[in-house]
Design a protein around this ligand. Structure first.
Ligand SMILES: O=C(O)CCC(=O)C(=O)O
Ligand SMILES: [Fe+2]
Length: 388
């Protein structure tokens, strides 16, 4: 008798601004990641004055980005104090009575800022609603650690500034909230602007390639709070946050030590991105994937909190939003595949689009579909994977 060892796969549906895409997923249990799959990269050379040091770092980043598209960074330069203060404020926010959280409800927002309650989003169409709740705030030039003269912001740029003050007004009763949350956000933005230079190097571009493109960047801060799942949700395989890719150039993701983040590796195997003390996770977003013609992949990930305690995370999404001179003169602010990633035999696979449009389109799509879903049912659906 022969025993079949063939592993079956399922198709996982992912939502993008241009409609669904599908990935093959092995029907095997998630396993721990190896250090080859998700390496820990020492970021100290980022702060070195020697070009060779930064170039060597760029090589490490390229290797990680073409492999799983996920890596941990240590010695990243964001202090433990800044992180601890932000986490303290995160907990202060989410442990408030619901009516206080609703003071900054996303329903007040034009641009997806504010609070979304638990089980009110469904990022992955084939999985359950997301058990997590979240608070998001977007780029505002008045809080940019690289100071901006507000009067000098070009008129054409202004419609692309997506930060909204109601987030800070509606949390002003929480002592130190705005300062400490924006302190963390500013530290992430400073780090991201340094890191994007190494990403440029890693793509054989000049270090300064993205500088003018990130003068008014996509810089979205989010706090995620994953309550423990109910017994029914556990039985129904409910996700904390369903399978998705991030949208911008890259994400800096601080996660607590609870665990629950899973990443789809190149073989279609779910692997666990186990928390590593003192590190931040970096992952590639869709816009980066488009710019580099798929050399780097935006990696699918999801979260299950199956522990007996809450889990929290603080992602920061970094992208080109609005170009500064001279690029903003090209007001469509679209960007195609970068020249170093194409050749005669490897033509661009993607039409140019702006990072801003790319995000706005998908946020809207997700929101509209969720509204339809909520209108049609009162109970959270259980997870369904589209059949192979
Ligand atoms: O909570 C996490 O670890 C991941 C969060 C995430 O993927 C997101 O907010 O896009
Ligand atoms: Fe994500």
């Amino acid at each position: 008798m022969t025993i079949s060892t063939t592993t079956t796969t399922s198709k996982l549906e992912l939502r993008t601004a241009y409609g669904p895409v599908f990935r093959d997923v092995l029907n095997t249990q998630p396993r721990d990641c190896t250090t080859e799959e998700i390496p820990i990269i020492d970021l100290s050379p980022l702060y070195s004055s020697k070009f060779e040091d930064r170039e060597a770092l760029a090589k490490e980043i390229r290797a990680a980005a073409v492999n799983t598209g996920f890596f941990y960074i240590k010695n990243h330069g964001i202090s433990e104090r800044i992180i601890a203060d932000a986490k303290k404020q995160l907990l202060a926010f989410f442990t408030q009575p619901n009516e206080d959280k609703m003071k900054v409800s996303q329903s007040f927002s034009k641009y997806f800022n504010g609070y979304k309650g638990p089980r009110t989003t469904n990022i992955s169409p084939g999985e359950s609603v997301d058990v997590k709740e979240s608070l998001g705030w977007r780029y505002s030039p008045q809080y940019d650690p690289d100071p901006k003269t507000l009067d000098a912001i070009p008129e054409e740029v202004k419609p692309w500034i997506r930060g909204e003050e109601f987030v800070w007004e509606g949390t002003s009763h929480l002592p130190g909230f705005k300062d400490e949350v924006l302190g963390y956000w500013a530290a992430c933005l400073t780090l991201a602007r340094k890191l994007v230079k190494v990403f440029a190097l890693s793509l054989d571009l000049p270090e300064s390639y993205f500088d003018s493109r990130t003068t008014y960047p996509g810089a979205d801060g989010v706090f995620n709070y994953y309550p423990t799942t109910t017994e029914e949700e556990t039985v129904n395989n409910a996700v904390g946050l369903g399978s998705h890719t991030d949208l911008q150039l890259f994400t800096l993701l601080w996660q607590d030590m609870t665990g629950g983040l899973q990443v789809l590796n190149r073989d279609g195997q779910w692997i666990k991105a186990t928390p590593v003390e003192g590190t931040i996770v970096v992952n590639i977003g869709d816009f980066m994937m488009r710019l580099c013609n798929d050399i780097y992949k935006s990696t699918v990930h999801r979260v299950y909190n199956r522990s007996t305690v809450e889990r929290v995370s603080m992602p920061f999404f970094f992208g080109e939003y609005k170009f500064s001179e001279p690029s903003w003169l090209n007001f469509n602010c679209v960007e195609g595949v970068v020249p170093s990633c194409t050749s005669e035999t490897n033509p661009p696979k993607y039409e140019p689009i702006s990072c801003g449009d790319w995000c706005q389109l998908r946020f809207k799509l997700e929101n509209d579909e969720m509204k339809k879903k909520m209108a049609g049912q009162t109970q959270a659906p259980s997870a369904v994977i589209v059949a192979a």
